[in-house]
Ligand binder design. Structure first.
Ligand SMILES: Cc1cc2nc3c(=O)[nH]c(=O)nc-3n(C[C@H](O)[C@H](O)[C@H](O)COP(=O)(O)OP(=O)(O)OC[C@H]3O[C@@H](n4cnc5c(N)ncnc54)[C@H](O)[C@@H]3O)c2cc1C
Length: 652
């Protein structure tokens, strides 16, 4: 491997967001290079199951759907934590991005005209699908949406989409360096010039010098140890790259999504599409408690709401017993064998292979697990990081921020391809005006820093605490004290506990000091940063004295728009022992703060007028480090267009 490599656009991450952005840059005539921990087709995107949201309106239950509805659902779902301009850009572009996937070969499940049988709110319903939609991309119902909007390929949507996008990457001849981990960004003041990466096969370091760098490394779910649906590679290394600059803030790290239905006890995801297609949640008495508590949306209220109801049920002693602890049941039996083995095929296989269960005949044990990272590298609407020119982020790694405090199911896969398109275009424009003006003295300095870090770990004996024990202790703290229900005292304990683990890292040792294929060393190099992300998550949750979306404070149960209609920004100054938290407005408000239509209904209202709030946004965000965007702030908002959608959340 050459020690020095140059490219126009360095994309760190070979999942959907990274590959889609690389395609955009390459299609504009730039040299794009992708780094990935694994071959791109094994990226976490491949595991996505149930679908991706785009308001195509191709079946009766989706009729009348459009970008206004999608915008409304997304902002409501976020509990008003989202940047509404980004939510609008997303809702408009999702329809194009999803159709583009059909052109690239995704085998979408298609609409079948004539009588179709569905389960809706517990009842079997027959609906005549019209002839004029025959063969169009079909939709299924997902949580928190007014219309059926999730486009899907059985229950293997991520697999199908990632393979199609990766084929396009190959067709364009984009260079992919897999098993190559970016360890550090290279930057000169506030200008990023690429990254130093370590080959996971040989241990060698390479400088990847680039005019623009995109972080597309996915989420940081693994700070919750084994209590997550995320792949083992989702360790937040992208957030770490940004955080270690000391300048680039991470946004809303305390906004952690728990998915209601992880297979118990392994945590493998059982898609929301199961409930979308009519699955029920029942307690140990076979009682459909969620349907009772949420009469309108039933099992398809948003994920934060359903997860809370499930955990409360378990706390109330109504969970079903198992040798691993109590859980809730997911019942799909009424959907029938034909449905389960076609439209939910991958779920049927997961139950068979990982739990020895046949969901045609048996109920599935489930419990909420950490699932999605709403927080990430804070970027503007062009995807450019705060305080760092030439650094961009997209996908789950970014806080762009269309999800606020709760992401709707199906909105993440759609985000990867929408943000990939938009950010990729902006990166291409950025690169047009740049030359690669970086000195080898600078790149050498960053490389030497990583060499020293690796040498330090390799010199340590196995006498100190094990890196894996520290990881497991972090996971236990996070699930116990920074979980679905949060209180000040538990969050304070979490902060103390994580700080203690950070101390332990200083004396941790390795059993294997080989430089090449060495998973222990590879993990050790990530551990300190994972703990920093965990600490930022716990501190952000402690400071935020309200309940919003997935952030549920038992001691502050109301959403507080008067004091907390803002985004947390966290930086870790170089050499500091603590993160620095600050806040900025969420963005300009088009849809005024209101009720979501499900979940808790009380809130402390915004005291300012929406106009006054909006007038303060640009200056406050600039002061927080936001870079100028190609188009001015607010230019993508379609003011008041959401009024053209019926403001009631009920399905039509
Ligand atoms: C089980 C499961 C099912 C899901 N189902 C759905 C669904 O049905 N619909 C939906 O909308 N969302 C779903 N999601 C969420 C969605 O799949 C993810 O949010 C999305 O795929 C993330 O894509 P990404 O491109 O941002 O990151 P990823 O797909 O996670 O890709 C990250 C990439 O970064 C690389 N990488 C990481 N760190 C480094 C580094 N330091 N150096 C080099 N490379 C690095 C990795 O190798 C990988 O290639 C699901 C999530 C889970 C966990």
């Amino acid at each position: 491997m050459e020690p020095f490599y140059t490219t126009d656009v360095l994309v760190i991450g070979g999942g959907l967001a990274g590959e889609r952005a690389a395609i955009e840059a390459a299609a504009s005539g730039h040299k794009a290079t992708i780094l990935s921990l694994v071959p791109p087709r094994r990226s976490h995107s491949c595991a996505a199951q149930g679908g991706m949201q785009a308001s195509l309106g191709n079946c009766v239950k989706a009729s009348g759907d459009n970008a206004n509805w999608h915008f409304l659902d997304t902002v409501r779902g976020s509990d008003w934590g989202a940047d509404q301009e980004v939510a609008r850009m997303f809702a408009e572009e999702a329809r194009v991005a999803v159709r583009e996937m059909a052109y690239w070969g995704v085998p979408w499940t298609r609409a079948t005209p004539g009588k179709n049988s569905y389960f809706i709110k517990g009842e079997r319903v027959e609906i005549d699908e019209p002839e004029d939609k025959a063969g169009m991309i079909m939709h299924r119902d997902f949580g928190g949406t007014a219309k059926w909007r999730a486009c899907y390929a059985s229950a293997g949507t991520g697999h199908s989409v990632l393979y199609a996008v990766d084929a396009e990457v190959s067709r364009l001849g984009i260079e992919v360096r897999d098993r190559m981990e970016a360890l550090s960004l290279i930057y000169d003041g506030d200008r990023c010039w690429g990254a130093v990466a370590r080959c996971l096969r040989t241990g060698e370091l390479t400088v990847f010098a680039a005019k623009a760098t995109i972080i597309a490394t996915g989420g940081y779910g693994r700070i919750y140890g084994k209590y997550t649906t995320n792949a083992t590679i989702n360790e937040g290394t992208g957030a770490m790259l940004a955080l270690n600059t000391g300048k680039v803030p991470l946004g809303n790290m305390e906004a952690i999504q728990f998915h209601p239905t992880g297979l118990w006890p392994s945590g493998i995801l059982i898609t929301e599409g199961c409930r979308g297609d009519g699955g029920y949640l029942v307690d140990k008495d076979n009682h459909r408690f969620v349907a009772e508590l949420e009469p309108e949306k039933q099992e398809l209220a948003s994920r934060d709401v359903v997860s809370r109801h499930m955990m409360q049920r378990i706390k109330d002693g109504k969970g079903a017993d198992s040798k691993f602890g109590p859980h809730i049941w997911l019942d799909l039996r009424h959907l029938g064998e034909q449905h389960l083995k076609t439209k939910l095929r991958e779920i049927w296989e997961i139950c068979r292979d990982f739990a020895g269960i046949d969901p045609v005949k048996e109920m599935i044990p489930v419990r909420p697990f950490q699932h999605y990272s709403m927080g990430g590298v804070r970027v503007n609407k062009d995807g450019q990081a705060y305080n760092m020119r030439g650094l961009f982020a997209a996908g789950e790694a970014a806080c762009w921020d269309m999800h606020g405090f709760n992401r709707l199911g199906g909105n993440s896969l759609a985000e990867t391809v929408v943000a990939g398109r938009i950010v990729g275009q902006r990166v291409a424009q950025f690169v047009d005006g740049e030359t690669l003006d970086v000195s080898t003295a600078l790149t050498d300095a960053f490389k030497k820093e990583q060499e020293a870090r690796i040498a330090d770990w390799m010199s340590r004996k196995a006498e100190g605490p094990s890196v894996y024990d520290i990881r497991d202790a972090m996971g236990e703290i996070m699930i116990d004290k920074v979980g679905i229900f949060r209180t000040a005292s538990e969050l304070e304990e979490a902060v103390v506990g994580i700080k203690d683990l950070l101390e332990q890292v200083k004396t941790a040792g390795l059993h294997n000091s080989k430089p090449g294929v060495n998973p222990e060393l590879t993990f050790a190099l990530r551990l300190e940063a994972m703990l920093k992300l965990a600490l930022i998550t716990a501190k952000g949750a402690l400071e935020r004295q309200e309940s919003r979306g997935a952030h549920s404070r038992v001691d502050f149960p109301q959403r507080d728009d008067k004091n907390w209609l803002k985004r947390t920004l966290a930086r870790w100054p170089v050499g500091a022992s603590e993160p620095v938290l600050s806040y900025e407005p969420v963005g300009m408000l088009d849809l005024p703060p209101g009720e979501r239509g499900y979940g808790h209904a009380t809130r402390i209202p915004l005291e300012q007028s929406v106009e006054d709030y909006n007038a303060s946004v640009a200056e406050a965000q600039k002061a927080a480090g936001k870079q100028d965007t190609v188009e001015p702030m607010g230019s993508q908002i379609q003011w008041g267009a959401w009024e053209q959608a019926d403001t009631k959340a009920a399905s039509s």
